[in-house]
Design a protein around this ligand. Structure first.
Ligand SMILES: Nc1ncnc2c1ncn2[C@@H]1O[C@H](COP(=O)(O)OP(=O)(O)OP(=O)(O)O)[C@@H](O)[C@H]1O
Ligand SMILES: [Mg+2]
Length: 407
């Protein structure tokens, strides 16, 4: 075959030339190979296996083309050694027909990637080396992508660990500071109660008002601290349940009773249509959940609104609904309202009183309700057709408490 009949792809100016190594003990062959490839690759030559090994000490090659029959060491042996050092290098053997048996073994064992029989055609060897170089480039590229991915993954894992550590630190800080705040706040509240009782002497009207406001503020502070502690307990699954049997109808009545001054103030009506359902659960926590739902229904409904509790027993669980005809919730927000500190609209615009229309809050009430339901293996969800269509909050609580048995 003459050189003129071979067409090779034009050299890509952007691409760096790959280094290839040709090994043959016959100088003529080396010259021929060098001339064949020099325009496309940086061709390195070695006229013995030893010389090739020396070159391999210094650098990696994309492709090694080696003659099989050489004194001192066969091509297969050389390629095997090269493979140990550079597993990605593509190894091609130049061989006569008589060496085919040794070749089959070498290929099977992965030492040799391709072979070219002597005398080779220029076209065949050009194509074989071209494919080998491409193969090397792809493997290397994949390898570096993989390495990059590994490094990024490691960095991500480290960031995650750091975030976790910071999160734990933050939780610890919140637990400690909440506990530290609770004691002085309770002392202030107790002393204010004592002052308000008149046991230490009667106040003038404006003095009384000041003390009462201070007491209200302290009560809100204590409520907030308790909410934060509840959320922290829920987050760390440390919410302990105190299980007893009680009646859900009565519990809702108790809740409405506790808020009756505010219900009256807001001219709202609370109807309790829950039948006498006996349930085994933590009555304090379910009571707190009812209070949270009721105060939300009051806060997010106009003065004079109707709030209705209804209930039924379905599949061994009580299904309670707290329905109001208030401001409603956009569909896209129905799940988000259970997130910590989540408040619809501008929280700054909320008035400070907890029971007034759009009154203030911390956005923890429903988070606590959800945590309480999960601890009871129950469920809570919100339903609303959107703004100004009212809201229904559903609770499902198993009638009997079996730890780990979710409804
Ligand atoms: N019945 C309801 N009608 C309309 N929106 C509601 C209702 N209940 C809750 N939401 C919306 O969900 C948000 C989260 O409620 P959540 O009870 O968790 O917090 P909050 O009432 O703002 O504060 P907190 O309960 O901690 O005092 C509320 O800010 C409100 O935007
Ligand atoms: Mg609330």
């Amino acid at each position: 075959m003459t050189e003129a009949t071979v067409t090779t792809a034009p050299v890509d100016a952007q691409k760096p030339m790959q280094d290839i190594l040709v090994v043959d003990d016959e100088i003529d062959n080396l010259d021929l190979l060098k001339r064949t490839f020099r325009r496309e690759y940086n061709v390195h030559t070695a006229n013995s296996a030893q010389e090739a090994l020396k070159l391999l000490e210094r650098q990696e090659f994309a492709v090694i083309v080696s003659d099989q029959r050489m004194p001192e060491m066969t091509g297969v042996e050389l390629l095997q050694k090269a493979r140990e050092k550079y597993p990605y290098t593509i190894r091609i053997l130049l061989t006569g027909y008589t060496d085919i048996n040794a070749l089959v073994d070498a290929i099977n064992m992965g030492h040799v990637y391709r072979y070219v029989t002597k005398p080779w055609s220029r076209e065949e060897i050009v194509m074989t080396v071209k494919r080998a170089v491409e193969h090397y480039e792809t493997t290397k590229q994949n390898f570096s992508l993989l390495e990059e991915l590994k490094i990024k993954n490691e960095a991500l894992e480290n960031s995650f660990k750091e975030l976790k550590r910071l999160d734990e630190l933050k939780t610890r800080f919140m637990v400690i500071s909440s506990h530290e705040l609770r004691t002085p706040a309770s002392i202030i509240s107790g002393n204010l109660e004592l002052l308000m009782s008149g046991a230490l002497g009667e106040f003038q009207k404006d003095q009384k008002e000041i003390v009462e406001n201070a007491y209200k503020g302290t009560t809100r502070l204590i409520d907030l601290i308790e909410d934060v502690l509840s959320v922290l307990r829920i987050d760390s699954h440390k919410l302990k349940l105190n299980i007893s049997t009680f009646n859900l109808h009565d519990l809702v009545n108790e809740g409405a009773d506790a808020l009756k001054i505010f219900i009256h103030e807001r001219k709202q009506t609370v109807v309790n249509n829950i039948p006498a359902i006996n349930i085994e659960a933590d009555s304090n926590r379910i009571y707190q959940a009812v209070i949270n739902l009721l105060s939300n229904a009051m806060k997010y409904s106009q003065d004079g609104a109707l709030i209705e509790f209804s209930g039924s027993v379905e599949n061994g669980a009580a299904h309670i609904i707290c329905k109001d005809n208030g401001i409603g919730i956009p569909k896209a927000e129905l799940e988000k309202i259970f997130e910590k500190f989540y408040q619809l609209g501008d929280a700054d615009q909320h008035r400070t009183s907890k029971h007034k229309f759009m009154g203030g809050g911390s956005g923890l009430g429903l988070t606590i309700v959800r945590g309480t339901m999960e601890e009871h293996n129950g469920k809570v969800w919100a339903e609303s057709e959107g703004t100004n269509t009212g809201t229904a909050i559903h609770l499902v609580i198993p009638l009997k408490h079996v730890p780990g048995n979710t409804v």
